[in-house]
Design a binder for this molecule. Structure first.
Ligand code: C2E
Ligand code: CA
Ligand code: CA
Length: 861
């Protein structure tokens, strides 16, 4: 099949060819018909030009002939020819007195035997030898014929004819006899000097009449015109060039004219052809192609529909089935005869089909909008299966609906998988959100639920949090085993589950920690009541394998009702309250109230300030001297941290140590203090003062810090002994493993260990022996109480007894008065420390104190 492009091309090629053909035939016709006529015309033109020319030449020759004839009868010439006179002077005079035609160039005189006698030049042309010979033979001829005769002499420049000279020879008669000959030489100006290339002129010549026959024989087209009665003719030779040129000119002009004439009709013809043939043809071709594509598409679609996995239905506007594909039979389970003309809703849907899905389909059918739904269908009325169904309305070319098309695929497998997945995921979700042991929701679940209740406006109903920690639960695990521990946890969980209902939830957030989220009634009162009732229930003894287990619990409560903190902060507030409950002796309920809030805020502020204080190095070591109980010499100093606050002045450790410890910044702080103290020690040394000993307070945490040992390794305290003070309470609880190890290391490095505030706690003798301290520092409360309390005195005495049995020193702290000092000295303390001697001094004042102290400074040597 030709496409539109090639048809176009063929059309234009045809137009071009016929144009060329028309042009060629027209040109040929013009050429054939007009050529003879044109040639004849051309010939006539040349002939008439030749005749004009001949007449002109004749007009030149005629007077010359007459003159020649006349001059032969001149007596002077005759006398000269006959020899009567010896010169031709008379004849020359005669010529000179005669008006001669302009073309005569000379006169030649021959005697009766044809010999030249004299010549007389009139013009400027010189004689050529040629011409002289011709003139001589001519004169001989005339002497024989006695007739006047003319002859042409042709002269050339190279091969080009230059000029023609005509000789007129007339006999000179005397008494009837020719006694001589007079030859007149006439120059004929045949050539037009202005047009040297004129083809016509070049082929023009004067010839002797006798040559005509000969010429005619060799050249058919030659043109000969006689020149008067001279016996000469003017000849135009038919040089082929002449005619060829005329022919070429004619052809090219004819073709040019014809093509110009043809161009317009052919242009019009082409344009009309394009409008009336090509364009409609292209239109037809286009629509034919489109139709072909549509047909192809339709047949492909039909094939696809027949092969499709999906069930396809076509219905009329009443939704009666008019066409269906094999897949529909397969999926629906009906045969073709059962399907035709049926309503799909009746054929396929049943009692469990979702009415909402049906309504959606109906609405879409009425509004002619496409719809996709998942519906439950019935195979042979009984067997349920799920399909994903898409329905769209079919519109004709005018946009009028004429039916519906429904495509559906069986998604029963997917539905089944989804149901299974749902079951599995919900089981997994449950696991992810619940505690395995107790079955209570876990921290993750709590976080999500709590977050949900925190969202939205603040003026929602009050929300309360109860934080519960079991008291000394570790003991149960350690003493009675994990099973007993689990039993306790499950029992508590049961209690909590029993007391929470509705939206309230009880959560185990880890170990022995629980939270209750109160949503239904989140007032502070309700939370407190609930906490107390739980406390009572938890306190009930549990029987485990015949043994009784008792546990207590501490409660921290926070409610949004109090409007102290934002909802999101409630858990932290409850934590703070719980901390207080534990601090105040456990087994009690503390609610987060205004006072607690103030404390928390205070702590928060302090924490921030401490952080900044550490950054700015505002913490300084102060030094409290320790003196020998006997000699009262200064034997060392205890380093006490001070916060030199830019606004609040010098602050004591009571106002920052605990917060720093809570923030885990105590190690940093201790390190800073130690570094500065070391610098002070070297400064003192430079001033010639050598401190015998320096003591640092360290916490148990600090002892476990690998940095501490490193710091000690890297520092040089010179002659000064270094001692660490560790609180007695450190040894109260289970003594951590690392402590023994660290203490051994410290001792190896030459450090001494002092037990601080000894007598305030209940460190066992066993642990004391394990630690092997170098000094016991008696708690200042015992020292200060001693003067007025026998108990204190006894305590002091027994501490001194222990020290003596361990063969170590005793330091009395809090020696505020001379009485204290004397008493402690008497009782056997080795070292005294207290305001009586000095309070803790800044480094600047320490130097002065050491210099002025009565007892002086113990020599380290
Ligand atoms: P501590 O180790 O028992 O220190 C003795 C405390 O008693 C000091 O209080 C001191 O100023 C005070 N004191 C000394 N003599 C007397 C006296 O005669 N009468 C009275 N009433 N008090 C006296 P401070 O400086 O407030 O320190 C309190 C506690 O802070 C220290 O008790 C110590 O446990 C801890 N501490 C101080 N500095 C540091 C430190 O740099 N690091 C660590 N980890 N703890 C430190
Ligand atoms: Ca101390
Ligand atoms: Ca102390």
């Amino acid at each position: 099949m030709r496409n539109i492009g090639s048809i176009n091309r063929v059309f234009w090629v045809l137009i071009g060819c016929s144009f060329a053909l028309a042009l060629a035939t027209s040109a040929a016709a013009v050429w054939i018909t007009s050529k003879p006529f044109l040639l004849e015309t051309q010939r006539q033109a040349i002939v008439s030009q030749a005749q004009r020319e001949a007449a002109r030449v004749d007009a030149i020759l005629d007077p010359s002939e007459s003159l020649t004839g006349f001059l032969t009868s001149e007596p002077a010439l005759l006398s000269y020819v006959l020899g009567y006179v010896m010169t031709d002077d008379g004849f020359v005079d005669r010529i000179e007195n005669t008006v001669l035609p302009a073309d005569i160039s000379e006169f030649l005189i021959f005697d009766f035997s044809g010999d030249p006698m004299s010549f007389h030049i009139v013009g400027t042309q010189s004689q050529s030898l040629d011409m002289m010979q011709v003139a001589r033979s001519l004169s001989l001829e005339v002497l024989t014929t006695n007739q006047m005769t003319t002859k042409v002499v042709q002269s050339h420049v190279g091969r080009i004819p230059d000029r023609q000279t005509i000789l007129i020879a007339a006999p000179i008669f005397h008494q009837g006899f020719a006694e001589g000959v007079l030859v007149t030489v006439v120059d004929v100006p045949l050539y037009n000097a202005a047009k040297p290339d004129d083809v016509i002129a070049l082929n023009k010549r004067i010839v002797q009449s006798p040559d005509v026959a000969h010429l005619k024989a060799s050249d058919d087209n030659a043109i000969l015109v006689p020149i008067g009665t001279t016996g000469l003719s003017l000849l135009f030779t038919s040089e082929s060039n002449l005619f060829k040129t005329i022919g070429q000119e004619l052809v090219s002009k004819a073709i040019l004219a014809v093509s110009a004439a043809l161009l317009l009709p052919f242009g019009v013809f082409g344009w009309l052809g394009k409008q009336t043939i090509l364009r409609p043809h292209a239109e037809v071709e286009r629509s034919r192609n489109k139709l072909r594509e549509q047909q192809k598409e339709l047949s492909e679609l039909a094939a696809i529909a027949r092969k499709a996995e999906e069930a396809i239905l076509i219905t009329d506007l009443d939704t009666r089935i008019i066409w269906h594909n094999p897949a529909f039979e397969r999926i629906s389970g009906y045969s073709a005869s059962q399907i035709k003309g049926q309503l799909p809703s009746e054929l396929l849907q049943g009692k469990n089909t979702d009415p909402k899905a049906r309504a959606k389909i109906r609405a879409a059918l009425i509004s002619h909008t496409p719809v996709t739904v998942e519906v439950l269908n019935y195979r042979n009325v009984t067997e349920e299966y799920w399909v994903r169904l898409s329905i769209s309305t079919l519109f004709d070319d005018l946009g009028k609906p004429y039916g519906y098309m429904a495509i559906s695929s069986d998604i029963s497998d997917r539905k089944r998988d989804e149901a299974n997945l749902l079951a599995t995921t919900s089981a997994m979700e449950w696991q992810a959100l619940h505690d395995e042991l107790t079955g209570l929701p876990n921290r993750r679940c709590f976080n999500a639920t709590f977050e949900e209740h925190c969202r939205g406006p603040e003026q929602k109903p009050a929300l309360a949090i109860i934080r519960i920690d079991l008291d000394h639960f570790k003991n149960v695990n350690d003493t009675m085993g994990h099973e007993a521990g689990d039993l306790v946890l499950c029992k508590v969980a049961r209690i909590l589950r029993d007391v929470t209902s509705g939206q309230n939830i009880s959560v185990r957030i880890g170990g022995d920690e629980f939270i209750i989220l109160l949503v239904d009634d989140g007032s502070l009162q309700a939370a407190c009541d609930l906490a107390h009732s739980i406390l009572q229930k938890v306190a009930q003894p549990i029987d485990y394998e015949g043994k009784i287990i008792r546990v207590g619990a501490s409660f921290g409560i926070a409610s949004s009702e109090c409007q102290l903190v934002e909802r999101r902060e409630l858990v932290r507030a409850a934590d703070a309250a719980l901390y207080l409950a534990k601090e105040r002796g456990r087994n009690q309920v503390i609610a987060y109230g205004a006072e607690e809030h103030r404390k928390v805020i205070g702590v928060r502020d302090t924490a921030e300030q401490i952080r900044r204080g550490i950054e700015r190095g505002e913490f300084e070591p102060f030094y409290q001297p320790q003196v020998d109980a006997q000699s009262r010499e200064v034997i060392g100093v205890e380093v006490l941290a001070r916060w030199v606050h830019p606004d609040r002045g010098v602050l004591l450790p009571g106002s920052f140590l605990r917060v720093a410890e809570q923030l885990s910044m105590l190690s940093t702080l201790d390190k800073m203090i130690m570094e500065k103290a070391l610098k002070d020690v070297s400064t003192l040394e430079e001033k010639g003062v050598c401190l015998p000993k320096i003591s640092f307070n360290v916490t148990a945490n600090r002892l476990s810090d690998p940095d501490l040992l490193l710091a000690i390794d890297q520092r040089d305290f010179g002659e000064t002994a270094v001692s660490f003070e560790i609180l007695e309470s450190v040894f109260l609880d289970d003594q951590p493993e690392f402590l023994d190890f660290t203490l051994d290391l410290l001792r190896e490095k030459g450090l001494s260990i002092e037990i601080d505030d000894f007598g305030s706690g209940h460190a066992s003798m066993i642990s004391l022996m394990r630690v092997r301290p170098d000094v016991l520092k008696i708690d200042q409360r015992l020292v200060m109480g001693a003067p007025n309390s026998r108990v204190c005195q006894n305590m002091v005495r027994s501490i001194i007894g222990i020290a003596e049995s361990l063969e170590i020193d005793v330091t009395a702290e809090g020696v505020e008065t001379r009485q204290h000092a004397d008493m402690m000295q008497r009782m056997g303390c080795t070292t005294l420390q207290g305001f009586h001697f000095s309070e803790a001094l800044p480094f600047g004042e320490l130097h002065a104190f050491l210099k002025t102290h009565e007892g002086g400074l113990r020599n380290t040597g």
